[in-house]
Design a protein around this ligand. Structure first.
Ligand code: AFP
Length: 302
């Protein structure tokens, strides 16, 4: 079995390997803290959502560890108004605890990291790598530095601390798409999104939705299909943030043979003007997402 440290030493540029390793260690601390830090704090994040103790803890844990590497020039986070400044070349955008409203129901949670080469905000085209953590039935890390997608699982060693062991090399989306999950409700979706969803069951897909982007995407990566947080009639920009969420996941998805769209173009081509700019997102098996893109963009031309 190959451990994450060794994999990174052999397969990642030194800076990214160091940064990925501190994220992995941070995820162990976050995972342990979830049961005790689920109470509500009276603070609100830049998007106006109430923060829980675990949101603040995971933000601080990852930000401090990343800046402590001496390789990170800035850390921008969904949980902070302004990026934190450090010294180095890597620009990190993170959602330190994705799906935190799932704490109460014990559905999976996640963390998402984009490693950019440019000052933020920047488009996904300047991503050097990306990774996501799943806090589910297993703690896993899925990452890409532009040469395939690889997965590691945290294994508790009886004699010592947990380590991350390779569990999947060069992951690819399966050819036959099986699942779909769309955020929001039918009446909120725009007509082409509704029409597209109506075609999916006829194509043999079935619905699966857990309410955490990472958890929902993770099953699309394993089973094939599509996850979307779409454009709404009254919320044309959707909900998910380009910099922290959709671009890093699109980077990984593309490396696994998939495609991600904002409805008109590749998510990686979206140029966010602000750190927390949202965008509709449709991500998963290339053929399915391209069909959706055709339907959504055709509607726009009428
Ligand atoms: P929270 O972090 O507030 O739980 O939001 C999670 C999220 O941003 C993303 O992870 C999910 O895909 C999406 O929201 C779920 O949104 P709905 O609750 O509207 O289904």
């Amino acid at each position: 079995m190959m451990k994450l440290e060794e994999f990174l030493r052999l397969n990642a540029p030194e800076e990214l390997g160091t940064v990925a390793m501190v994220v992995a260690k941070g995820s162990l601390a976050v995972s342990e803290a979830i049961p005790t830090k689920a109470g509500l704090l009276a603070s609100v994040n830049p998007s106006g959502e109430r923060q829980k103790a675990i949101d603040v803890f995971s933000n601080d844990e990852f930000a401090e560890a990343l800046l402590g590497t001496g390789m990170v020039e800035e850390v921008a986070s969904e949980e902070m108004q302004e990026p934190l400044e450090g010294k180095g070349d890597v620009h990190v955008a993170m959602d330190p605890l994705d799906g935190s409203s799932n704490v109460e129901t014990n559905n999976p949670l996640g963390s998402i990291f984009g490693f950019y080469s440019k000052r933020l905000p920047a488009s996904g085209r300047s991503l050097l790598g990306a990774m996501y953590v799943t806090y589910g039935s297993m703690l896993t890390i899925t990452l890409s530095f532009g040469k395939g997608v690889h997965r590691f699982v945290a294994v508790r060693d009886e004699a010592g601390p947990s380590s991350f062991e390779l569990s999947g090399l060069n992951l690819r989306l399966p050819e036959k798409p099986e699942v779909y999950g769309f955020g929001g409700s039918r009446k909120e979706w725009t007509p082409p999104v509704r029409e597209f969803v109506d075609t999916l069951e006829g194509r043999g897909l079935r619905t699966r939705y857990c309410g955490t982007f990472v958890g929902d995407y993770n099953q699309v990566l394993s089973r094939g299909g599509i996850f979307a947080y779409p454009q709404f009639v009254n919320r044309p920009q959707g909900k998910l943030r380009v910099l922290y969420e959709t671009a890093p996941m699109a980077f990984i998805n593309e490396q696994a043979g998939g495609y991600a769209s904002d409805g008109r173009r590749n998510v990686l081509d979206v140029e966010p003007r602000t750190l927390s700019e949202p965008s509709p997102a449709y991500i998963g098996s290339a053929e399915v997402v391209r069909d959706l893109e055709r339907m959504v963009s055709a509607e726009g031309q009428n």
